[in-house]
Ligand binder design. Sequence first.
Ligand code: GRG
Length: 296
Amino acid sequence: MEFDVQLKESIKEVENILEEFLPKGKDIPKIIIEAMEYSLMNGGKRLRPILLIEAAKCVEGDKNKVLPLACAIEMIHTYSLIHDDLPAMDDDDYRRGKLTNHKVFGEGMSVLAGDALLNYAFEIMLTHIPENYKEMMNYLKAVKEIAYAAGIQGMIGGQVKDLEYKEGVMDLETLQYIHIHKTGALIKASLRAGAIASGATKEQLKVLTVFGEKIGLAFQIVDDILDVIGDQKKLGKAIGSDQKNHKITYPSVYGLEKSQQMIEKLLQEALNHLKLFGSKGQFLGELGKFICKREY
Ligand code: GRG
């Protein structure tokens, strides 16, 4: 099957399950469900849940058993975007071409919609613990992996550093810390959680971990390039620092060409690792390419 068709099908599949898992119940105030749904069902690429499901498939896991983890990771990702868009953080009015959550529901409700998605993600994961002891232990290890990556050692840690440097001048080490933690951690955890819950061997887990690290960093360098090109289009400014928060970026440190070469190198290394899985890793490899070749 063509990659584009397969990707569309995978996105549709994730969205159907997200719909299914969305909270329902007359005791829940309608407005919070609307605010959660507004951002969750708002056209994301669903990369993290698809990575999680594909990692499970690579190690011959049962896709159906990791679906709660896949939905949860997308809910956590969505919460992070809702909070990141708030006036107290990035103060953005639009995301995915639509008004941001706080612009539609107000700041207070938007904080709560993010909180609710994070909390609900754990509720879903813990509602679907397998009964078989071995599967249960693997599944719980995967939940811990997700908690760790979303927390202070992962995404929140990265966001904290980003916030700390909003006014100051950042060095390369800090930029790398932010990239690895703010976005890389959840991407890597998607792959690891899918593999761990499916009982991956040490070798399989190592391969998927390295693949996740390389693709996660490449994803962020692509994002830096997209930011710079977007800024140039908007402001007609030269490649340099991010004007909004004086943040350095890969293109501002290494230049556009070198940054693009770095993405290519990371991609090739990531793909080499996937060879272990043969044809079972093919779609994951295509996803890696898709992440690295997002439109500039
Ligand atoms: C608020 C705790 C907290 C964390 C926020 C992830 C994050 C941390 C902020 C997002 C800021 C941002 C735009 C980073 C660039 C990379 C990124 C995560 C882009 C969005 O991810 P995609 O492209 O999004 O997977 P879609 O829209 O497809 O879901």
